[in-house]
Design a binder for this molecule. Sequence first.
Ligand code: RM4
Ligand code: MN
Ligand code: MN
Length: 431
Amino acid sequence: MTTNLPLSEELIAEANAREAAALDEDYAALGRKLSRTGIDIDAIKDRVADFSVAVPSWGAGRGGTRFAKFPIAGEPTNIYEKLEDCAVINQLSRVTPRVSPHFPWDKVSDYKALREEAQSLGLGFDAVNSNTFQDQPGQAQTYATGSLSSTVEATRQQAVEHNIECIEIGRQLGSTDLTVWVGDGTNFPGQQDFARSLDRYLEATAQVYAALPDDWRMLLEHKMFEPAFYSTVISDWGSSILAAQELGPKAKCLVDLGHHAPNVNIEQIVARLHRFGKLGGFHFNDSKYGDDDLDSGSINPHQLFLVFNELVEAQLHPRDGFNPSYMIDQSHNVTDPIESMLSSAETITACFAKALLVDRDALHGAQESNDTMMAFQALRRAYNVDVAPIIAKARAEAGGAIDVLAVYRASQWRERKAQERKAVGLGAGIV
Ligand code: RM4
Ligand code: MN
Ligand code: MN
């Protein structure tokens, strides 16, 4: 398979050549600082080089709110163009080698060809996402009052079949995870029976579960509100883990940072789910008020660091094959999506790197002896380190750009695509 990366390698190499001396200086200085506390910077850089996070196909287009969407010239209009943009992100960042597709948004007639196209761009596919929160043209049953938990048997059946079709598509794309998020829920007290709607959901998801290949996982994504504003069927990590435990070992929970009540301790949820071998995936974004789908770490980078601190702890104490699937899940309403995902990938990787710098012996010792301040300081010392040189060095060594945004802008990718791609329509919606 020949790879056909979208940006000029010379452009990246020339830009890196201009930045290399300064980066080497910063990397050496940070290396000396870290070595004073017994940390080998190259070992951290190697861990960073092994790290990756998937990008969502739907994040490649400009998002919108239910009020409006403001498209930009040159944004992708189909999955092939989305893959091209995702390839730009990966070529520059070298940390996003997989794309998570959403169906039927990314439906094509030939999945073998789609997989080959992705491979030629240096990409693979991550979890496939089903969509039973919207009606599609020509669909027999409506999801207006629910999908997998609907009171209407034919609707539940349609939702089950759609999920099974997603598994089939995913097999052709080389995916091994199905992510199921449903919009099912209620807007009025009394609208549905809480217990019976969960029963129906469990009975329907068991049929999907039964269709999972042996090496697949089903990732249940909870969300407290929206589009239903009084209750949702899988509202929180409690409902999610109960459902996953009932379904079986291939069912795991997926935590989306924006799907909780404000101020909820998400890092503790991570630790709890891991304790029971049920942490299957993570959707990164940031929020201030709800499921805002803002860029990862743009509002609360400290929370992101604390989440990674738990993930690193989990990695050190693996249970039940700890292998969470990491993905960015954001809506880029006011920025160029490529720039947002480049910036987010950098922030996510930086929080991972900072979590690697935590002196675990100091932390655990302080925890055991109830030395609160020193336990906190073990985290704080790591959080305060500027790890940018480690991230940039790992990226450049893998062929990416030292300054991803500068090279992206210099490439004039979006301006060129504005000449080639057809304009997307106005209107509301996230895709
Ligand atoms: C939801 C949820 C899902 C994503 C959709 C588009 O809020 O985060 O992961 O598939 O949005
Ligand atoms: Mn999500
Ligand atoms: Mn969401």
